[in-house]
Design a protein around this ligand. Structure first.
Ligand code: MN
Ligand code: MN
Length: 450
C-alpha cells in the first residue's frame, strides 16, 4: 500500500502541512456557501482578481471573477491562446449538508424555545443530535437591509443543539430502523429557557431585536443555517489528517481556487467555478444547472470583442474540466461496502472516477478514456500520486456530482476529488497528503491540459 507520504522529502512535508494550515483557516471562516463565496473573493482579490464590473475590456493576463448572488463564483485568468480554443476548468461546490431554519422557525413549548428546521442535503439524522451547533446566515429586512448572523464559533459564544433521548429511556427508540431513530420533523433546535422577566420566546425575540434589529416576521426572508460549531482539527497523533465540518466539498473548492491563484501567464484560459446547491440537486440560480456559467462566458467574450453565440458554443465544446467532489475512502471499520480494487484509500492521492451514478451507472457522467489518458500522462509526468475509485461496490448505493451538467454542454469532464471518512457527518476526515496532491494536480491540469 503506497501512499503519497512515502515520496515526500522534508521540503515537501513542510509544504503539505503549510497548505493544510491555510485550508483549515479557510474552513473555519467558510461554514456556509455565502461565507465560502466571500472568502473566495477575498483570496482572489489578494491575488489580483477583480470583479467583472471593474473591467471595460479583457485581454490576456487579466484576472476576473463573477459573483453570483454571493453564493457562487466563477473566476477567469485570460490566457494567451485564442479563448475560442477552450478553457481549462476546475469546478467544485461550496454548499454542505446542514440543518436550515424553516420560514416560521421560532416557537415556545413547555417553557422552552426552539427553532423548527428542515435539513439540507443527505444526512443520517441521528448524527446531528447532541452536538454543539452554530447559527450562520443572513436575514433580509423589508427595506433590503441584510443582517449577517454568526453565533457559536467564538469560544465565548453560546451554541445551539438538538436533543437526543437519554439511553435510560431509549428502549423503544433503539428498536427502530436507523433511518427513523431520529425523524426529520423532530430536528428541533433549542434556543432558550429563561422566563425571568418575559416569556422565554419574548425574551429570545428581544435579544434578536436588541442585537440585530430583527422582528419575528423577518425570519421569513432569511437563510439561516445550523452547522457544527467549532474549528477544523488535526486528526491522528501524527497529524496526518484533518477532521472538520464541510470537507464536502470545500476541500475541492479551496484547493481548486488556491491552485488557480498560482497560475502565471497561462496559454489556455483558466477557469474555476464554485457553485451552490449541489447537495440538493444543483438547481436554481446559484446551482450548476443555472445559466450563470454560460452567461459568464458570453460576458468574457463580449469584453474581448469576440461575442457570438457560436463562439460560446465553440468554447464549451473545446473545454476540459476536472469536476471535483469528495469520494468514499476505504474504511476498515466498514469494509463490506467497497470493492477493494476499485476504491480510493486515504493518503493515496487524487481519486479519478470515470463514472458515478447508481444501479447500473444510472445518471452518471462516464468520462471519455481519450481524456483520462491525457490526464494520466500529466499526472505521471509530474509524479503526482493518484488512484481510481468508485463510490461503493455495485448496487450498494452511489451518488452524483455536477460533472454531468458540464458534460451535457459537450465538453470533456471527469470526476475527481479525494476520499473521505465520515462523509456528510458533522465531522468529516480528509488526508493532508491527498489535499496536497489534489492541489498539485489542479496546477498541472490548468497549465498543461490541451
Ligand atoms: Mn459533494
Ligand atoms: Mn455531498
Amino acid at each position: 500500500m503506497k501512499t503519497a507520504w512515502k515520496k515526500y522529502n522534508d521540503t515537501d512535508l513542510k509544504n503539505v502541512f503549510e497548505l493544510s494550515e491555510k485550508y483549515k483557516k479557510f474552513l473555519d471562516s467558510a461554514k456556509t456557501e455565502r461565507e465560502a463565496c466571500a472568502q473566495a473573493i477575498k483570496i482572489a482579490e489578494n491575488y489580483g482578481y477583480q470583479d467583472i464590473s471593474k473591467y471595460s475590456s479583457l485581454k490576456p493576463g487579466d484576472k476576473v471573477y463573477f459573483n453570483n448572488r454571493d453564493k457562487a463564483i466563477c473566476l477567469y485568468h485570460i490566457g494567451s491562446d485564442d479563448i475560442v480554443s477552450g478553457l481549462n476548468i476546475l469546478g467544485a461546490h461550496i454548499d454542505s449538508p446542514r440543518i436550515d431554519l424553516k420560514q416560521n422557525p421560532l416557537y415556545e413549548t413547555d417553557g422552552l424555545v426552539l427553532f423548527d428546521t428542515h435539513y439540507y442535503g443527505g444526512i443520517k439524522k441521528y448524527q446531528w443530535v447532541a452536538q454543539p451547533l452554530s447559527l450562520h446566515g443572513v436575514v433580509v429586512k423589508k427595506n433590503g437591509e441584510k443582517i449577517n448572523i454568526s453565533i457559536g464559533e467564538n469560544e465565548n459564544d453560546p451554541v445551539f443543539g438538538i436533543s437526543d433521548l437519554l439511553i435510560h429511556l431509549s428502549k423503544d427508540q433503539l428498536e427502530k430502523k436507523g433511518s427513523v431513530v431520529i425523524e426529520g420533523e423532530d430536528l428541533n433546535a433549542f434556543v432558550g429557557s429563561n422566563d425571568n422577566k418575559l416569556s422565554p420566546k419574548d425574551a429570545i425575540l428581544k435579544l434578536f431585536k436588541d442585537n440585530y434589529d430583527i422582528e419575528e416576521a423577518d425570519f421569513s426572508s432569511a437563510e439561516l443555517e445550523l452547522v457544527p460549531a467549532g474549528k477544523a482539527r488535526d486528526y491522528g497523533l501524527d497529524r496526518s489528517m484533518i477532521m472538520a465540518y464541510g470537507h464536502d466539498d470545500r476541500v475541492c473548492a479551496y484547493t481548486s481556487l488556491y491552485a488557480m491563484m498560482q497560475i502565471e501567464n497561462p496559454a489556455r484560459t483558466s477557469c474555476t467555478i464554485l457553485v451552490d446547491k449541489e447537495e440538493v440537486g444543483s438547481n436554481g440560480a446559484t446551482g450548476m444547472h443555472s445559466r450563470f456559467f454560460e452567461n459568464t462566458i458570453a460576458e468574457v467574450l463580449d469584453k474581448m470583442n469576440k461575442y457570438s453565440e457560436l463562439n460560446v458554443r465553440r468554447i464549451l465544446t473545446n473545454s476540459f474540466m476536472l469536476s471535483s467532489d469528495v469520494n468514499c475512502a476505504f474504511d476498515p471499520n466498514y469494509p463490506s461496502v467497497n470493492e477493494k480494487k476499485n476504491t480510493a484509500f486515504l493518503g493515496k492521492g487524487v481519486v479519478f472516477t470515470k463514472y458515478t451514478g447508481a444501479r447500473g451507472k444510472s445518471g452518471c457522467n462516464d468520462a471519455n478514456p481519450e481524456f483520462y489518458a491525457k490526464i494520466r500522462n500529466i499526472m505521471d509526468k509530474h509524479n503526482i500520486t493518484y488512484q481510481t475509485g468508485e463510490l461503493g461496490k455495485v448496487d450498494q448505493g452511489g451518488g452524483g456530482t455536477i460533472a454531468y451538467i458540464l458534460a451535457n454542454l459537450n465538453m470533456e469532464v471527469i470526476d475527481c476529488g479525494i476520499g473521505l471518512h465520515n462523509m456528510h457527518a458533522c465531522y468529516e476526515v480528509a488526508s493532508k497528503a491527498d489535499i496536497y496532491e489534489m492541489y498539485s494536480c489542479y496546477i498541472k491540469f490548468l497549465e498543461e491540459m490541451k
